[in-house]
Design a protein around this ligand. Structure first.
Ligand SMILES: Cc1cc2nc3c(=O)[nH]c(=O)nc-3n(C[C@H](O)[C@H](O)[C@H](O)COP(=O)(O)OP(=O)(O)OC[C@H]3O[C@@H](n4cnc5c(N)ncnc54)[C@H](O)[C@@H]3O)c2cc1C
Length: 408
């Protein structure tokens, strides 16, 4: 079948959240889709991710909403302690949102990725342990060379390969200029829930440093995060686990509260993940026969908690516009026009989230602590989250019905 935009075959690089969501919708509209993932299986690491605002409706259309709700981590309060572990404030999430899972779900990343891959199923071709190394972006086709040496031709290649997207670098950003470092470096890992926290996210802050305990779907273990401010991403986080751990041990040496326990758990962890905090501000999301979706084009950083939400919305819109567009160029232009205001509104809030979660100076920390003690300020900040306000999902249901009718 040839679609309205004139394309039939699509290669998607990356099987996390953006890639499989795009594969799901494109296959529903009759495209022939191949997904290539560099890891041997889809990535199961990571903490909880957000399914919020319009993404709830997308999850429902995909038939994964009940499952997402069943894994909801259900954070009811976010508490903050000072350098010595003394309480400095608490945000009562339940009082603000009423624990409403119709607008906000926190789900372990592996469960969300697994559900999307499963619901897409054999409708797409899945290639693991391989990746794109070269793209000849021609007028008539995109000729792709894989790291396995195989060469194949597609009508469109979509990079869903994350913040450091190789697809983006190959096609439109050779120097990686789109990646904006936020001045923080972090470690994520699991640890036992040794304080017995219930539905609570607890955060320790001193200027430029944070340690966070995040609840999981289980009562017995937590996700932990250590982060510190540093002007450049340190080389050690891209080295061995021992090198990365040594850097964090040095940065957090001598502090009070449960910091020694955080370090000990990090030292012995088998699921630690080190990275710098970045967002992606790409002035273009497509060129010729190459496009970007999710973090590869507009990753909003860990601080916003909106990466998965934006990835699913972006994938849903890109698929719909490709299916209904008059030609590839106009379909990609509509994708950009429909999504960019939402991306810009979300990204405009990043510095505010850094201020709230990881204040850099004594002055910022004092101001943050004053703000979190005021329920009216917190409720206003929650209501002003850009996600629900700045986008209305287009309705593409007639496209799916059209394809189903043609297939019979
Ligand atoms: C390991 C990991 C852990 C994360 N943990 C959290 C978390 O705890 N909390 C949170 O809010 N967000 C987390 N994120 C980010 C979150 O998943 C994204 O912000 C969001 O879901 C958007 O996802 P994405 O599909 O656009 O990109 P990503 O989730 O970054 O996925 C990109 C995928 O592309 C694959 N890939 C990369 N390069 C290539 C290549 N050259 N060829 C083929 N495949 C490639 C990667 O292996 C990965 O599967 C994590 C991301 C990763 C990769």
């Amino acid at each position: 079948m040839s679609t309205n935009s004139g394309i039939r075959t699509v290669l998607i690089a990356g099987a996390s959240i953006a890639g499989p969501t795009l594969a799901y919708w494109l296959t529903r509209y009759g495209f022939e889709v191949t997904v290539v993932e560099k890891s041997p299986t889809f990535r199961v690491d990571g903490h909880s991710v957000d399914v919020s605002g319009p993404t709830i409706a997308i999850a429902e259309k995909m038939g994964i909403l009940d499952l997402a709700r069943s894994y909801n981590v259900d954070i009811r309060k976010v508490s903050f302690v000072d350098g010595e572990g003394e309480p400095v404030g608490m945000i009562d999430i339940e009082a603000i949102s009423g624990g409403d899972t119709s607008t906000d779900i926190e789900i372990p990343r592996r469960e969300l990725v697994g559900a999307i891959v499963e619901v897409t199923g054999d409708a797409a071709e899945w290639i693991y342990d391989d990746s794109v190394v070269a793209i000849d972006n021609r007028a008539d086709a995109a000729e792709v060379t894989f790291s396995s040496g195989i060469r194949r031709s597609f009508d469109l290649v979509v990079g869903a390969d994350g913040v450091r997207s190789r697809t983006r670098r190959l096609a439109m950003d050779p120097a990686g200029d789109a990646v904006q470092y936020l001045g923080y470096t972090f470690a994520l890992y699991s640890m036992p829930n040794f304080l017995g926290l219930e539905h609570e996210n607890r955060s320790w802050n001193i200027p430029g440093k944070m340690a966070v305990m995040l609840p999981t779907e289980s009562d017995t273990h937590l996700h932990a995060m250590l982060a510190f401010a540093t002007p450049e991403p340190p080389a050690e986080i891209f080295g061995t686990r021992e090198e990365a751990y040594a850097l964090f041990a040095e940065q957090f040496a001598g502090y009070g509260w449960e910091i020694p326990r955080f370090l000990e758990e990090l030292r012995t962890s088998d699921d630690s993940y080190y990275d710098s905090a970045n967002y992606v501000a790409s002035p273009q999301w497509s060129t010729g026969r190459v496009a970007l979706v999710g973090d590869a084009g507009y990753g909003p950083s860990l601080f916003t908690g909106q990466g998965s939400t934006m990835a699913m919305i972006g994938a849903y819109i890109l698929a719909g516009e490709l299916a209904r567009g008059a030609d590839l160029e106009s379909a990609l232009a509509s994708y950009d026009a429909l999504l960019r205001p939402f991306v810009e509104a979300t990204q405009a809030g990043i510095e505010g989230m850094v201020f709230q979660l990881a204040p850099r100076s004594e002055g910022d920390l004092a101001a943050r602590n004053a703000a979190i003690s005021d329920p009216a300020i917190m409720a206003a900040m929650h209501d002003q989250r850009p996600a629900p306000a700045s986008i209305t999902l287009p309705d593409y249901s007639e496209l799916q019905a059209e394809h189903a009718a043609q297939a019979h």
